[in-house]
Write a protein of this length. Structure first.
Length: 395
């Protein structure tokens, strides 16, 4: 957490802003407080990236987030995508992200990793039931709070991706370290299996401190991910997790388990260890949620970007970002900045149902901007996007 700076607003949408949580290319995230004392995370889009297209996409993302419910997802609290400073508020989760925890404390033990995976699989199911895909699940997007892990940031990640898909061919949003082969290869018809793969990569990192593939730069990593003859590195993964994580990281999406199967398999790991799922969840919370005077707090350290960075394809692999190997139990090396790597092309996201455009107090756009937004929305709704729900049980 950082204090507000001179160029930061002090209030947004009725929330008093208490500090900066994160900052990135699309905007900033603040700690906000309601008049009654409720804490929220407030995401504010930067004026420098605002145009009619961005606003229309943000309208869609706000409506998407309103559809997602569940204890494993940071809940929607309010938004005004048509305000002079478009903003979105979600429940504040007072805890570190998974990347920070593994970096500071080393990998999680077997039971805690299995519990983490089962809980996150339930959280992703909530996202998929809303006909959304996260598509950028990674340790930085998993917060370890006092009630267990919560998935964040799929809203702005998809917003950035949509903008890029329309205006910058050959650029992708996301972390290649957790990206499934079909996404890295530019498949435009991703299914729930893409998030299953990413969850498998997250669990591998949680248990071992390393990702399925590494390389000297992001192009090398992307090349290895896309090669069906290159098996993922499962070194150090506990034997009880090996069958499930290996299946989740299958190269072909149809060979991966459903999220329901992931949850069931990981709960079996817990019961085989002599614990109920609730007991294992409590152990996970006690290990990962820091407390001061009974209240969880954010750990010290630099703030992280809340949305992926866009990177143009490099003409020479040698110019890519270095990706160090990570060997537990020592400190986990990470990439500079937000510790993520990227590759080329991506799929357009599923198109949600038509949103109800409304403002909660901000300034509305002028007539020309409003007309452009309406045209963008009509174009978006005219497209059809196939989606395979997470709970279908189909492989």
């Amino acid at each position: 957490m950082e204090p507000l700076r001179s160029d930061d607003p002090t209030h947004i949408g009725g929330y008093a802003l208490r500090g900066r949580i994160g900052s990135g290319g699309m905007g900033r995230v603040y700690l906000g407080e309601s008049p009654a004392g409720q804490l929220v995370g407030v995401k504010v889009i930067k004026a420098s990236v605002l145009d009619a297209e961005t606003r229309s996409r943000f309208v869609l993302e706000v409506e998407n987030l309103k559809k997602v419910f569940g204890p494993r997802v940071a809940a929607f609290a309010g938004a005004d995508p048509l305000a002079e400073r478009p903003w979105l508020a979600v429940d504040y989760v007072p805890g570190p992200d998974l990347l920070r925890h593994v970096q500071d404390h080393g990998p999680l033990p077997l039971v805690e990793t299995a519990s983490l995976g089962a809980l996150l699989a339930e959280g992703l199911t909530s996202v998929h039931l809303a006909e959304l895909l996260h598509r950028d699940l990674k340790p930085q997007n998993i917060l370890l709070g006092p009630d267990g892990p919560k998935v964040i940031d799929f809203g702005l990640a998809v917003l950035a991706e949509r903008r890029t898909t329309l205006t910058a061919t050959g650029v992708v949003v996301g972390s290649v370290l957790c990206m499934p082969p079909e996404q890295a290869e530019g498949n435009h018809h991703l299914t729930a299996a893409a998030d299953v793969y990413a969850l498998g990569a997250v669990l591998l990192f949680a248990a071992t401190g390393h990702y399925p593939y590494d390389g000297t730069n992001w192009l090398a990593v992307a090349s290895r991910i896309g090669d069906p003859d290159q098996a993922p590195d499962l070194t150090g993964l506990p034997g009880h997790l090996l069958p499930m994580v290996s299946a989740m990281l299958a190269h072909d999406p149809v060979d991966r388990p459903s999220l329901i199967e992931v949850t069931g398999g990981l709960v079996t790991v817990l019961t085989d260890s002599g614990l109920t799922a609730r007991q294992a969840r409590q152990r996970l919370i006690e290990r990962t949620a820091p407390h001061v005077d009974g209240r969880p707090v954010l750990p010290p350290g630099p703030i992280a970007e809340y949305e992926p960075t866009l990177v143009e394809p490099s003409p020479e692999p040698a110019e890519g970002l270095p990706i160090p190997s990570v060997s537990p139990p020592g400190p986990v090396p990470v990439l500079p900045g937000s510790a993520e790597v990227r590759t080329v092309t991506l799929a357009p996201p599923p198109v949600p149902a038509a949103p109800r455009r409304r403002s909660t107090g901000g300034r509305t756009p002028d007539a020309a901007t409003a007309h452009a937004i309406a045209e963008d929305l009509r174009t978006a709704y005219a497209r059809n996007a196939a989606f395979v729900p997470a709970c279908s049980g189909a492989r």
